[in-house]
Design a protein around this ligand. Structure first.
Ligand code: SF4
Ligand code: FES
Length: 392
């Protein structure tokens, strides 16, 4: 585990930070979305449709102040993400600062902008872990999904450098109808790359993925086959490759416990400095998310702001959640999905079979999965570009 504390850090110091975190109820790990800029155009991107422009991004000094504040209030791990975090020219400086204030850093990257020199500089700056996203196991599918020529070859190269530099590697594979047939080969690719972990993450449908749902939704048969393949590989590769598996909740009986429950275990910081309960939260209209540029501390925003408290716990729940025995198991599912699919973030997530909206939405999804709409709308700052015939 790359995030296990270095004994040299001093158990007492760590213990004191942990107890500070408990006082505030602050999450131990935070996601820093440094920028929404990205050379890839994945049609399932988890960023909001309305992307933050470069001019609104926090400056280097502002991000450093944020990192220091996070360490002070007890956060232990920082995940540098985006967009593409290496699109920031100051990425090495930010990783160095994270190390200086005692944060364990993870780089979540598409890898295509990295050189070996840059990766070595990041390792020297104290980077603890690298996670590379893959769109398939070979360039024809992978480069088309990414909307970027030669992306796959570059990713393989960077994964190799990562291990040569003795950094732990996670392969993140986002799966959908158009690449699920490659799963056995993707698992083998992760083994060949000497990855420690593989995340088999089925697309979650909000933001860009919801725009592309008809082209991405898998069939029930595909999901059943996927579960079988993952289970077999988890047993076969025990001790070699850890495999995490996220089932698409359109095909589950109950929704996922999204973010561990709203405002309970997680927050992220947007490129412009907003403190958000999840990466898609800005898609919910009518909630005001406060920024690190406001007069409030990060701990205050987490504990006291209206947006974090609106759906915290169980008090906000309508029926059927309110009297449901699972209300503290899944906390009513995903607020962003409830908003995207029913227009009200305060509704039960329609992925739940008990939701009055479930039947209609599930039917739409299975119709789409059986359909022949395969063209993507690529993610970009222009609000999306439809894939042309020549791109397929
Ligand atoms: Fe979860 Fe609400 Fe469904 Fe119960 S009714 S399983 S609490 S989403
Ligand atoms: Fe926002 Fe689930 S993605 S609560």
């Amino acid at each position: 585990n790359p995030f296990v504390a270095d004994p040299a850090d001093g158990l007492a110091a760590l213990e004191s930070r942990r107890s500070t975190a408990e006082t505030f109820g602050i999450p131990l790990a935070v996601l820093a979305e440094l920028t929404h800029r990205c050379p890839l155009q994945c049609p399932y991107c988890s960023n909001p449709i309305e992307l933050d422009r470069a001019g609104t991004e926090l400056s280097t000094e502002e991000w450093k102040k944020v990192l220091s504040e996070l360490a002070e209030i007890g956060v232990l791990q920082i995940h540098f993400s985006g967009g593409e975090p290496t699109a920031r020219k100051d990425i090495v400086e930010l990783v160095q600062h994270a190390s200086d204030v005692g944060l364990y850093s993870n780089l979540i990257t598409s890898a295509v902008m990295l050189t070996r020199e840059k990766l070595a500089a990041l390792a020297d700056a104290g980077l603890c872990h690298v996670q590379i996203s893959f769109q398939g196991n070979e360039p024809v599918v992978a480069d088309r999904v990414a909307g970027f020529k030669n992306a796959h070859a570059k990713k393989l190269e960077v994964a190799k450098w990562t291990r040569e530099l003795e950094l732990p590697l996670t392969v993140n594979a986002v799966m959908h109808r158009q690449n699920l047939h490659q799963l056995p080969d993707i698992i083998q690719m992760a083994v060949d790359l000497d990855a420690d972990r593989l995340e088999v993450a089925n697309v979650q449908y909000y933001g860009w993925a919801l725009k592309n749902r008809a082209a991405l939704m898998p069939t029930l048969e595909q999901i059943e086959e996927t579960s079988r393949i993952v289970e077999e590989a988890q047993t076969r590769l025990k001790g070699t490759l850890a495999i995490d598996y996220v089932v698409p909740d359109y095909y589950a009986l109950r929704p996922k416990k999204c973010m561990g429950g709203w405002g309970r275990q997680f927050f992220n910081i947007s490129p412009a400095g907003k403190i958000l309960p999840c990466h898609a939260a800005e898609s919910i209209t009518g909630l005001e998310f406060l920024s690190v540029r406001s007069n409030h501390s990060i701990a205050w925003i987490w504990q006291n702001s209206e947006a974090f408290n609106r759906y915290r716990g169980t008090g906000w729940m309508p029926e059927p959640c309110k009297s449901c025995e699972f209300r503290e198991v899944d906390f009513g599912g995903c607020r962003c999905q409830a908003f995207a699919l029913t227009g009200d973030a305060g509704n039960t997530d329609p992925a739940c079979t008990l939701s009055p909206h479930h039947e209609r939405i599930f039917k739409a999804a299975s119709d789409e999965a059986a359909g022949e709409h395969n063209r993507f709308i690529y993610r970009n700052f222009a609000g999306g570009t439809p894939e042309t015939e020549s791109a397929t």
